[in-house]
Ligand binder design. Sequence first.
Ligand code: GLY
Length: 565
Amino acid sequence: MNKFFSISLLICIMIFHLSCNGEPVKTGNKNGMIVTAHFMASEIGKDILQQGGNAYDAAVAVQFALAVVYPRAGNIGGGGFAVIRTKKGEYNTLDFREKAPLAACEKMYLDSLGNVLSGLSQNGDLAVGVPGSVDGMCELHKKYGRLNWNKLLLPAINLAEKGVVLTELEAEKLNAYQDRILAQNPTKEKCPYLKRTGFSKGDTLVYSDLAETLKRIQIHKRNGFYAGKTAHLIVDEIKRGKGILSLKDLETYHSVWRPALVGDYRDCRIISMPPPSSGGIALLQLLKGAEKFNLGQYKFSSQEHLHLITELERRVYADRATYLGDPDFYDVPMVKLLSKEYLDNRFADICFNKKSDSQEIKAGEVNWIESFETTHFSIVDKEGNAIAITTTLNGNYGSKVVVDGAGFFLNNEMDDFSIKPGVPNQFGLVGGQANSIRPEKRMLSSMTPTIVEKNGRLFMVLGSPGGSTIITSVFQNIINTIEFGMDPQQCVNAPRIHSQWLPDEIYAEPKAISSKVREQMTNFGHIIKIQKKIGMMANIFINEQDGLIGAADTLRHKDSRSIGY
Ligand code: GLY
């Protein structure tokens, strides 16, 4: 082979390797690592760390930056959860989940005959829960921040004022949602999220109203959002759309510090989110099932591996639908659900040569999951402070309602309640009394920001968007690492499957199941549906030898980025 061909071949192999494997693993970063869904937000996080901020300062700046550069899920009009492990090894979690408005009631989405009024919990002003993100960031900064609050808002304000250059992905997504955004904002001529001729990659979008809102938050902290001009703009908007959220709702909203949900799995300690997220409990149940059956003995992607995780997921999601809800309103049996005795019993009937039947429930027509609503970011600083935040508007662009004069989307989180027992929400999830609507109650979530310790040391910081698929994506990333020994990027890249009790189906990424295994599983009675992408991980791995290793899910979402230094 001559020199030219050798070099060309080498380049081809490198390109092939990159396109198959996403980002190569970069080792040697010791000073900080940020992984987010958008490269500009990751850069901002790094700048804050370089200015002497800690991981919590960087998280605040990233949350506000994502509200500008990634408006379909980054937000100030939504909510989320943070899981924290400090450099001293202390755990904490922050619940800044939205709440039902004071005027909400159990049957607010039903007609007089008890039928669901289609779409009301998903689009428009009645779908909006009381936003929690701004209060959450204020609380996070108050308790753990080091830099001046002003500095943390500055990058987002600059971006909004100067304009953001649209990536191909964001232009495509805005175009795909134009009709739905227009339907909720028909008279807003200056709305930056609407363009009659369609958006293109490279367009610069200036968000003047959002910049002013961020400045009010910069000056007045929580009062820049929950009182004064912003609060009035929100409530005026809600009234125009016949929603129920009031000034009193905004005034009384507060996020909550909750003890982390902690559980052991093999030689790891899992630190995750307790209710009102279902994520932590469900993740621990799944991991304990993986340990019980010694999942790692099977080959990755074998029939045994995929069948077993499906059977575990089926049982765990049935528990989720029945027992989980806001612990401030419903006595969630957390200890029981995670006890060895209970789980041994729960998983005892898993059979290795046939699928079990999910209980018959009349589940309505399920629209498949819009996969990248919600967003997750992970940050670790040089001192070892770590934070995993998952934050959301619920659907892409939430309720699609833009607050006139304030320039941001409001969430449609009310759809995460069980609006009628047994009727699935936009993710196909069903629920009952534990997750019924009550004034000021928080709707059940699947968000699963998680930190893993191994032998007492910080080992992984991870999470994902994806509605109901969040839990199973996080689960598969932990077992890919612990059971199957994958390296950080292999673990993120590996194809995923998802099952959630109802609908009684397995969703699989195109390369997740070989035709031979598919045939075996179909013979067991499984129904397999192909789903282009499941989840979008934003992971950090930590080990002494390699330092901080970021693993973004660039294969599934090319704008995402891990930045370390
Ligand atoms: N809105 C998605 C979730 O909280 O699970």
